[in-house]
Design a protein around this ligand. Structure first.
Ligand SMILES: [Zn+2]
Length: 275
């Protein structure tokens, strides 16, 4: 009898153990409302990452918003490229949040925001890794693949095409963050293939170009997020082309967008004007 009781207890423990183990862990992806600029926070219970850091004036507030979510440390910060609406707030974030690893594209820029970012890296004792080739790694249950530009030169004013493009798989759910990639770069990505994703951070704040429709078709996302601003709207053709693929289009200018995934599906958690 006592043995039977012990077995029963053991079985119960095993079952509760299993049930706890099956509890779905979640990935939260927050596209902050920072005007025509990118700042995207991703976190699970295990790790956190930030893709881009908004404008100069956003850094302090972003650092606070990150901390408010219980994220004390960023295991990864990706700066897609050095335009002020992507690298601008990075210095303030580096001053306020511990950052473990920083990835950036392999070029330099002469701008105030870039210099402040470099100084903040030095101050924080972080050596950014300038990516010369594509990289893949796992972090906090997410599989990252970061694509670098194929060319060294995209012509005058085409720095956007140097954007690091971040692909992320969390279980069966795929995310694609396209930075400010424009036509030449979108053509490269289309050549490389494998773009199909559940969530797309639409490239270049919703600007519509020659390659946009083909690119959106190849990605065919369930959700597409555009980081445009009230005073610098996304192109209506972009919204139309995305909706043609069946995507639900979300605009950060209407409020911070928060998506949650359990590794099997992804859903919209909240969209509010509050940062
Ligand atoms: Zn931009």
């Amino acid at each position: 009898m006592r043995k039977a009781l012990w077995l029963l207890t053991a079985l119960c423990l095993l079952l509760t153990g299993c049930a706890a183990g099956e509890e779905a862990e979640e990935l939260t992806v927050v596209f902050f409302n920072v005007g025509k600029a990118d700042a995207i926070l991703l976190y699970t219970d295990e790790a956190a990452a930030l893709i881009d850091a908004g404008e100069n004036g956003d850094g302090k507030e972003l650092a606070e918003a990150i901390r408010e979510r219980g994220v004390e440390r960023l295991d990864l910060m990706v700066i897609t490229h050095f335009d002020k609406d992507h690298v601008g707030g990075a210095d303030k974030i580096l001053e306020r949040v511990e950052v473990e690893r920083v990835l950036e594209p392999d070029y330099a820029k002469d701008s105030k925001q870039y210099r402040q970012y470099r100084e903040a890296l030095e101050e924080a004792g972080v050596e950014a890794e300038a990516l010369a080739g594509n990289v893949e790694f796992s972090l906090g249950g997410c599989d990252f693949a970061i694509d670098v530009a194929n060319e060294d030169d995209y012509g005058e004013g085409e720095e956007n095409d140097f954007s690091l493009v971040v692909r992320l798989a969390y279980g069966d759910v795929r995310f694609l963050f396209a930075g400010d990639a424009e036509d030449a770069r979108l053509a490269e990505l289309l050549d490389e293939g494998g773009l199909r994703s559940d969530v797309l951070k639409a490239p270049h704040h919703g600007r519509y170009g020659e390659m946009s429709a083909a690119f959106f078709q190849a990605v065919s996302p369930e959700y597409a997020v555009i980081t445009s601003a009230e005073d610098d709207l996304e192109d209506p053709e972009t919204v139309r082309a995305l909706e043609m693929t069946g995507a639900r289009v979300l605009l950060t200018r209407e409020g911070t967008v928060e998506l949650i995934s359990d590794g099997q599906r992804v859903w919209l958690a909240e969209q509010s004007a509050a940062r």
